[in-house]
Design a protein around this ligand. Sequence first.
Ligand code: 7TS
Length: 414
Amino acid sequence: MGTFNHLRQDFPILDQQVNGEPLVYLDNAATTQRPTLVLKQLMHFYQTDNANVHRGAHTLAERATADYEAARQKVQHFIHATKPEEVIFTKGCTDALNLVASTYGEQNIQAGDEIVISVAEHHSNLIPWQQLALKKGATLKYIGLTPDQELDLDQAKQLITPRTKIVAVAHASNVLGTVNPVRQLAELAHANGAVMVVDGAQAVPHMPVNVQDLGADFYAFSGHKLMAPTGIGVLYGKAALLEAMPPYQYGGEMIGEVHQQTSTWAPLPYKFEAGTQNIAGAVGLGAAIDYLNALGMDQVAAHEKELVNALLPQLLAIPSVTVYGPQDPAKHTGVIAFNLGHLHPHDLATALDMEGIAIRAGHHCAQPLMEALNVPATARASLYIYNTQADVDRLITAIKKAKEFFRIGTGETK
Ligand code: 7TS
């Protein structure tokens, strides 16, 4: 433990006090913080290279285009896509999933078809499929959880049939802290003629990802959860699928030829990048990937695992604490949702904020999962590379203090 302790100094925002205490930032599943490297790269882009891309009649336009396309190649190598054309820049993970639903889904789903997702999906990987199913007269089916609150692969085997056209599941859950068996699900999908859509928002920032090994047909994620700016994300898609899909939006940049009554489309990836894109965001994403590559994704995963090994047993040892998802640290990512007795998680989050500790409380955009867990909301601490053992200790101490203050587990409440 401790090899990443120096990283904190790369993140200027972490060097502040909140309510008189040094900030402990544990809301990384919502968004991460940006290192100086990314901030500098953004500044550098705007100060030296800024221009619109692909209109390259001048030097700045050429430089901006080169920066933007270099970022695409960094993403390609980071997730092991076969070629840069398979990397579409989007506004984020939500935008990427909506793109698939409203192009591939619109083109391929018919009445009577089935779409299979899991009960633990973030609304971003649920509502696009729900609305597509409603519009087309298709059926949306849900894979449930095992008693250990992991995705029920046996049930998935029953649900995925030749009627299934799309299987869409998160690579890692934003609530349960589970990593789903994407490869097995992709095999089931493919054996039944369906495509595999993966929501990688909580996976790409935290572990090595190889979209080809996973068997993903589409893979979506957001830049801001891996230290890049907000407003930039990625849709990976297999080239043959992307080629056959209609455009998502129409306008500049995405056209081949436009006539009064007809148009043709640009080749991949530009067919899906209508209008001026978040060029600086892509540059920032490239810088964030450089930062992660310098650390090594295996080391990133190992660091978080060490923190989970320290945090989870201590949390479970506090009487009245319920932890959701697997209780075994080996099966749990750095996303840890929990409740303290009947204390509303918002009250707990407020108490922790008074101690300078930032966690999230709420339904985490996963209301069907809250229903399945039979809770209205949970607290959630989520870790990243700059968190330390000291952060874990501060969290545990503050939860114990809140437990005393609210008299949880004493039979009385304040
Ligand atoms: N999918 C998962 C699994 C997520 O955790 C999130 C965001 C999204 C999709 C959507 O990402 P966006 O960048 O397009 O908004 N999750 C959370 C969260 O858990 N708390 O705040 C945002």
